[in-house]
Ligand binder design. Sequence first.
Ligand code: FAD
Length: 436
Amino acid sequence: MTESNQSTETGLEGELVAWLKDNWDPESTVAEWWERLGTAGWAAPSWPAKWYGQDLSPSEAVRAQQIIAQFGALGPPGGLGLLLAGPTIAVQGTDEQRDRYLRDIVTGQKAWCQLFSEPGAGSDLAGLSTSAVRDGDQWIVNGQKVWTSTGTTADLGMLLARTDPDVPKHQGITYFAVDMHQPGVEVRPLREMTGRALFNEVFLTDVVVDDDAAIGGVNNGWAVANTTLGFERSGLGAGGGSAAGGLAGPGTVTGDLARRAGDFTEKRGRRAGGGGMGFVGYETLTELATANGTIADATVRQDLMRLFSLYEIAKYTRLRQKALAGRGGSVPGLGNIAKLSMSDILRRTRDLGLQILGARGMLHGYQSSEAKALAERDGNQLAVGVTEAALFAQGPSIYGGTDEIQHNILGERVLGLPREPSNDRSMPFRELPRNG
Ligand SMILES: Cc1cc2nc3c(=O)[nH]c(=O)nc-3n(C[C@H](O)[C@H](O)[C@H](O)COP(=O)(O)OP(=O)(O)OC[C@H]3O[C@@H](n4cnc5c(N)ncnc54)[C@H](O)[C@@H]3O)c2cc1C
């Protein structure tokens, strides 16, 4: 670290710690705390100061979240509002839309979900067929979405809908902010093999969205969607995620806004070497292996070191990417590589975790009561986290664009390899052959 970086970091730390001393109060409600944090610019410090940020570089913003966590305060609202919708609107929205949506995101008042994927459009997202038909200054939306994470608790959705089927598929899509609490929006949870129901099917029947909720303009949704996907890949890529966020749920549905803020920090979970639901770090695995004696196995020690090294590489890659982005630069494909690296790390974590657990790895608490009973039997929470992470390990290689799609992007857009032959960039969407 250079001298000037050091002094900048000390300045940031001093300023933020002083602010936290004056403002953090574990007795306040989550809503009151997030109001203070968000409006002071510390929930999204890399955003422009004019729009609830602090104009910090991305790496300084990561450091700010670490300082909040180390101080013991509750971090910013987690979820897709702060991760995806906010930064997308900050880049692609009008001032009026920034005014309307960003404050509720940084203060956690509104939670968002991402209504992109459909039963017939995942990797081929631009093939989506949910339609939005203009009716005066409104649009009427019909269709089905799937895999919608946190759909049951969302107040608003980032909706991709087809607004012009008579142009090639990438050109006739619009990106809307849609109210999830309206007639015609039906959210059906899908239970996954971890036992949780993280994602949902969402059925949209004559759902109404105002024209002024089209982010980035009508028929420009593909560019806006790619802005969101860019934030998704770098956010979900190696080591991403806020250190302290995500413990309390934003929005009007979870009920966390009215709860005591300190309740969330006092039971803050273990998040070594990664963080978030379904993620277990090398520190947890080392602790488990030490406790049950498998640390004596040289292959376990070797794999732990490999995992540690991969996390470190991922961390520095992410910092490099963020530092470059802060200066307006980029390394083509780095976000895709970061995401591929995280998929790899999580599969290795699964394999090593199950090796360390041995036969215990075959038991999993699908209901929270079962998980609690197993944790009590084991005398700690760690094994429960490992089986959860093992069952969730397939997820990251699918969401945000599958591993195969990341490879395709690297091949075509970074290495300049020829695209797969296709007529879908010239033929109107209506004329393209489609399933069902
Ligand atoms: C945990 C989780 C959370 C998610 N959350 C959300 C969410 O909140 N909102 C949302 O909109 N979506 C969400 N998704 C959906 C996710 O984005 C899609 O699952 C993903 O884009 C893949 O689409 P698909 O499932 O339709 O698979 P398909 O596109 O049908 O792919 C099936 C298989 O074919 C391969 N394949 C497809 N096309 C190609 C190609 N051209 N070249 C090589 N291989 C190819 C894929 O890699 C994959 O292995 C989530 C997914 C998961 C697992």
